[in-house]
Design a protein around this ligand. Sequence first.
Ligand code: DGJ
Length: 756
Amino acid sequence: MMGGLKTKAGKTLMFRNIFSAVLVASASLVVGAQSSAVSYDEATKVFRLDGGNVTYTFGVNARGELQQLYWGGRLGATDPIPQAVPAREWASFDSSYTNTPQEYAGWGSGLFVEPALKVTFSDGNRDLVLHYDSEKTIPDGFNIVLKDVKRQVFVTLHYLIDPGSGIVARSATIENREAQPITIEQAAAAAWALPAAHYTLNYLTGRWAGEWTLTQEPLRPGERVIESRRGSTSHQANPWFAIQSGDHPDENSGEVWFGALAWSGSWRITVERDQLDAIRVTGGFNPFDFGYVLQPGQSLESPVFYGGYSAHGLGGASRLLHHFELAHILPHRMGEGEAAAPKPRPVIYNSWEATEFDVSEEGQMALAEKAAALGIDRFVMDDGWFGQRKDDHAGLGDWYVNSQKFPHGLKPLIDRVHALGMDFGLWVEPEMVNPDSDLYRKHPDWVLNFPGRPRSELRNQLVLNLARSDVRDYILAFLDKLVTENDIAFLKWDYNRNWSEPGWDQLPPDEQKKVYVEFTRNLYAVLAELKKRHPKLEIESCSGGGGRVDLGILQYADEVWPSDNTDPFDRLTQQDGFTYAYTPQVMMAWVTDSPHDLEGQRRVTSLPYRMLSSMQGSLGIGANIAKWNDEEMATAKRLIAAYHQVQATIVQGDLYRLISPRNGSEFSATQTVNRDKSQSVVFAFIHSTQEGRGYPLLKLQGLDPKANYALTPIEGAAEKGTPATASGAWWMNHGFNMSGRFKGDFLAAAFRLDKK
Ligand code: DGJ
């Protein structure tokens, strides 16, 4: 039993202190059991974390290894947790060391699964076996120290459980107390384990303009590597996974274990079905081309790897994650505890697709007039306003206002935008430089490069080595000046290429690979300092679309740009994929012109269809509204007003994916329900009706069965005879049909339900 129980009070506060930069929020949110407990049984050496509907336990086995015991639905408070027993040896080939699901295994002693940590000592020894050393129980978690069996290498494992969602935050600090340097070749934030069974793996993949594809496959023997070697998060894969019990993914039921790595540099998550069919998920810095030298006395901190559990399918998992992000990750939160959340995002206008680089004071003012007439909250001027920027060949790095385009600086435009009742946002791409720029001519050594080797350009630009302190100081200084001298509420922070030639020749050769860590740390440091100096400043993380979206950047970024693909039909599937990992609050979605030219793809869609596709996230308008006629203006104005009324429910409520748009689906539908279940919003889309089929019956979810709700169309209509008001039970069990006229190509409808 739980002898030596050491449960601490005040855990919620501790969790927030560690993972929240700012505590500031609003609505009431009820997730799970809303309580947590952490306990350590000294007799059995069992550690236990309880939060929400989750219990996570691990213990020290007889050899001294830290071994995972259980991760799943919350156990009874007094239930016994048997102490850790190492797995048995499998003949003479798989040692007990490799078969035991260790919390953080060093590479040594014949380990054949992924190690959490692999090092080389200065004498050539590469054997590392980590044993339990000591523990410290802290509010909501533990700090557990492991030590190599022979040498002075210490690893502190940090654990924190969120009382609301039961999501566990894990990270590791590796410390060299040897007299000689050591080189870290592989360092994870955490390893998660599940017992042998049938599972389905879910992860997100893609490419530029094609991000957020949900890939679902049976978890087969071997290793599935999800990673970025690109220096940043990447469009190609996103640091999120979900493993579902059984052979098929299920949106509404079944056990799901999920995780998200908070790191915006090169990263790797491996999902292994090991030699005995048990599952191990290991994630952290990408070991490819990695090498971090720790001098005596130095330490390396890993990113945080968040892990959660839901018994309610993939939908339940993403709802937990969304609430967690709102309450614990995003900046500018207001309110307390699990109810904390940022305000819904301003509805923005962005000039990029209207003008591209051809920005001017007059042109932007004309767009601002029309944006204000639509009811837009924020006007954002995109690329083209600085240096000698006429196209993408020049100017990056020279962050002064282009005097031909803006002869009087930015002030007249910003003043006009304010007078029209909007705030002002500006595009920047701080980490990049064009060779055709004053900055590069002055500091050619500031870019990532290997001396004497070609410097590969992409979009005619090179990457500044932000790991350097002079580059970091330059970037911080110009951003600070820009925001101090101009009344700027928002920066769209872009990043339009991945790394090549990642050299850092200021450092000795064996230390240069530190660039993979220090670049990202300096990025976070610049963002943190900028926000400290300008506490109201809001930031969007953009990387040619969704190339830098992760829980690391989201501690600083209020929103993200999910994709440069603004085709409203493509966006339905992208948004569906995106929301498995990230809350719709941060999912910016612009309405752009039709036909929209994406690499030659020109699809014609109606304005209501485009509006409703974007209204599933945080709405923006990115069309050339200078050309919009009265009817288009009226339609957009009406729908923006309707959106403003229900926005909080859409972006911060519980999301139910009623019909998936994936796999060539003819239809798709989503529903969100706000926290107190007083409002719900439903979106329904048709790709193209086949054989005259009617829209599937929409059975809603998540409502209060006993409350009455009135159904009001935002766009489109329900079938004649649908009650104007009915109980939650009626909407969920009986469901409703769309109007018989809801047939054709690229059609959309939306409804709100309000509790009476
Ligand atoms: C890529 C972004 O994703 C676009 O929205 C736009 O800002 C361009 N960069 C500007 O160069």
